[in-house]
Design a protein around this ligand. Sequence first.
Ligand SMILES: Nc1ncnc2c1ncn2[C@@H]1O[C@H](COP(=O)(O)OP(=O)(O)OP(=O)(O)O)[C@@H](O)[C@H]1O
Ligand SMILES: C[C@H](N)[C@H](N)CCCCCC(=O)O
Ligand SMILES: [Mg+2]
Length: 236
Amino acid sequence: MRALFVAGAGTEIGKTYVTAALTRRLRAAGRPVRALKPLASGVPPHDHPDFADSDTGRLLAAQGLAVTDGAVAACSPWRFEAPLAPDLAAAREGRSLAMADLVAWCEARIASAEPGTHVLIEGVGGLMSPITAGETGLDWVKALHLPVLLVSGSYLGAISHALTAVETLRAHACPLLAVAVSESAGAPVPPETVAEAIGRRAGAPVFCLHRGADCPEALAALAFPAEPPRSPDTSA
Ligand SMILES: Nc1ncnc2c1ncn2[C@@H]1O[C@H](COP(=O)(O)OP(=O)(O)OP(=O)(O)O)[C@@H](O)[C@H]1O
Ligand SMILES: C[C@H](N)[C@H](N)CCCCCC(=O)O
Ligand SMILES: [Mg+2]
């Protein structure tokens, strides 16, 4: 597998945290990776002190990339300052975006990735957060035909949010690779308890990331299995 889509059961629950952790894990194993946040709202200009805390800033840092005009545009070509749904954030700036352009950009980035490079695409907000006036993140996932890594929190209510997203993916024949439960601050139960409840019903493996934790090796191995060593060519 060369690319996957990191979708959320909601917003502010850990998609960027998990994407960055997976990126660092792959890089530490010497495996090239591109982490993309094609569409980002709530992003200040990249010379602003808060840029480092934006999704784009955090994904560039995880990739070891300097904050340059080119690197920012190559990670997040559609950036809006207002921390709102993308369609609303775009409208605040008198701009708009087209799903076809977003999908075409993602497909081109996957197609042009160096051989062996893994591509992670982080979505926006929750699975069905609006992208344009008429389309949601689900439409984006469906158009890309990529396996989905669904990120959940562990706050009270996260189980239902995650399973609602799982059912939605299933109803639309979107392949669910795994669920990652990223521990929410102040959660009333350990993330394993949430993961177990999701796992019983999700029909996919579920992984936990505690506060501040690295990406589990097993998640990286499932997402991007190591290529088997080539057997020697004995045909000559
Ligand atoms: N496992 C974790 N350990 C420590 N901090 C975490 C963890 N998961 C999430 N966070 C923190 O919670 C906040 C929200 O997480 P994050 O930005 O990854 O959410 P998101 O789902 O990507 O949000 P958005 O919808 O804006 O893209 C961030 O400050 C992030 O660092
Ligand atoms: C600003 C925020 N952190 C995200 N970038 C956008 C979240 C949009 C959520 C829209 C919704 O589903 O209501
Ligand atoms: Mg994010």
